[in-house]
Design a protein around this ligand. Structure first.
Ligand SMILES: [Fe+2]
Ligand SMILES: [Fe+2]
Ligand SMILES: [Fe+2]
Length: 413
């Protein structure tokens, strides 16, 4: 089977995943995209340039995995350590050819206008990056002032704050453009969830005419995995390890090359929903209480929500949705009997358990090879893991351990 997905759908899916980092406020990237596009339209840009600004907005925070970092850059107008996520984001985008054009502006989306001028930045790039900075700060102010209320009520205060930064943080011409564009009530009302969904659907309906190849999808999934794995030092190599293990088990179970590659992609993507789990829960150095456990347990359902509408990813979405289901229906979130699930979903589950057991976690050291094999054999003996899959982890122990620790050999972003 050949996976085919339109790049436009992939960008929207990636943006959905990134917006999860806002936890309770999940529209930051999209609102920034809508505002940048509206300003671009007002400036008379061509439709493809407006769409480029929209994409920039949707993906500008691709370097943010941590809910704490997200909180800092939203609540502080001039966050002193903001450049790190710009550099990470630009490196991630540059690593994927179809999105590489977005990297330069993302790298400079917290750079003050005066510095862009000093550094003699290319005028077109300086314009894009500074517009992105401006509307990003508008949303930061709107989120802080309006909390869950309407930004419209705070429009005069937000417009005044932006005006005060003309000639320092922002290009005075861009400030004028923003003030003209945001003079209407409609500009602010469009940022509410319902109209924003419509706006995005309109953009979504334009296909880019670029169908991603299997190699592109592997690369894009790798980007997702880096974002998720960067969230916590304890899961730094988890997704890549699960991907390699899933591919290894698929090969041992006799699945064909296409299924092996699909499972590898599923492994890279399976924990995307964890982006919505607050850092302090993932990094807690002790047992989680019931409430914290409920929050963590939402993640496989969130992954499913993100991937299920992506054309070509229907099977991958199902397998990732089920990676915490267990035999007898004792897992989550659907409480399905895992022994009745397709082999691919069961492989992903076993790969996930094995990788997690050999990795250090905040509350315990990772198991060594012999301990991990004993652990898995015990699960199989209790009917909680498929004996035939566990047998591969035991008979090819070195290979399984090398796959589980594949992340150690990964180049940093
Ligand atoms: Fe942002
Ligand atoms: Fe998981
Ligand atoms: Fe996992």
């Amino acid at each position: 089977m050949i996976l085919q997905a339109d790049l436009r759908h992939l960008i929207c899916t990636l943006s959905d995943a990134l917006d999860l980092v806002g936890v309770d406020d999940v529209g930051h990237g999209k609102r920034v995209g809508v505002m940048a596009a509206e300003c671009g339209r007002r400036a008379g840009l061509a439709p493809e340039e407006v769409t480029f600004l929209f994409d920039l907005g949707m993906l500008h925070d691709i370097g943010v995995s941590s809910t704490q970092v997200h909180h800092n850059i939203i609540t502080t107008f001039s966050a002193p350590d903001a450049q790190a996520h710009c550099d990470t984001g630009a490196a991630l985008l540059a690593s994927f050819r179809p999105l590489a054009a977005l990297a330069p502006a993302v790298k400079r989306h917290h750079t003050p206008w005066t510095r862009l001028v000093e550094e003699d930045t290319d005028p077109a790039l300086a314009w894009q990056a500074n517009l992105l900075f401006l509307v990003d700060r508008v949303d930061a102010l709107a989120v802080t002032l309006a909390a869950k209320g309407s930004a419209l009520l705070h429009a005069p205060a937000i417009r005044e704050r932006i005006r005060q930064h003309a000639g320092t943080d922002f290009n005075p011409e861009l400030v004028d453009l923003f003030l003209e564009t945001s003079a209407s009530e409609a500009f602010w009302l469009m940022l509410e969830p319902r109209p924003m969904t419509d706006f995005i659907q309109e953009v979504h309906s334009q296909r880019l005419g670029y169908s991603a190849s299997m190699g592109d999808l592997r690369q894009l999934a790798e980007i997702f995995s880096r974002i998720v794995d960067a969230k916590s030092p304890f899961t730094a190599e988890h997704s890549l390890g699960v991907a390699e293990l899933a591919r290894f088990l698929a090969r041992k179970a006799g699945l064909g090359e296409a299924s092996q590659r699909q499972l590898e992609i599923a492994g890279l993507l399976h924990d995307v929903g964890k982006l919505r789990v607050p850092d302090q829960i993932l990094d807690k150095p002790g047992q989680l209480d019931w409430q914290e456990r409920q929050v963590i347990n939402t993640h496989s359902f969130e992954t499913y929500q993100i991937l299920r509408h992506l054309h070509g990813f229907e099977e991958i979405a199902q397998w990732t949705a089920h990676h915490h289901e267990a035999p007898g229906g004792s897992g989550y979130p659907f409480r399905l009997d895992a022994s009745l699930l397709p082999l691919e979903a069961r492989i992903l589950r076993i790969a996930d358990i094995f990788q997690a057991m050999v990795q250090d976690r905040p509350y315990r050291k990772g198991l060594n090879q012999a301990q991990a094999q004993t652990f898995m054999a015990d699960l199989a003996a209790r009917g909680l893991a498929e004996p035939e899959l566990v047998a591969h982890l035991v008979s090819c122990g070195d290979e399984a351990m090398a796959a589980a620790h594949a992340g150690l050999r990964r180049e940093p972003t």
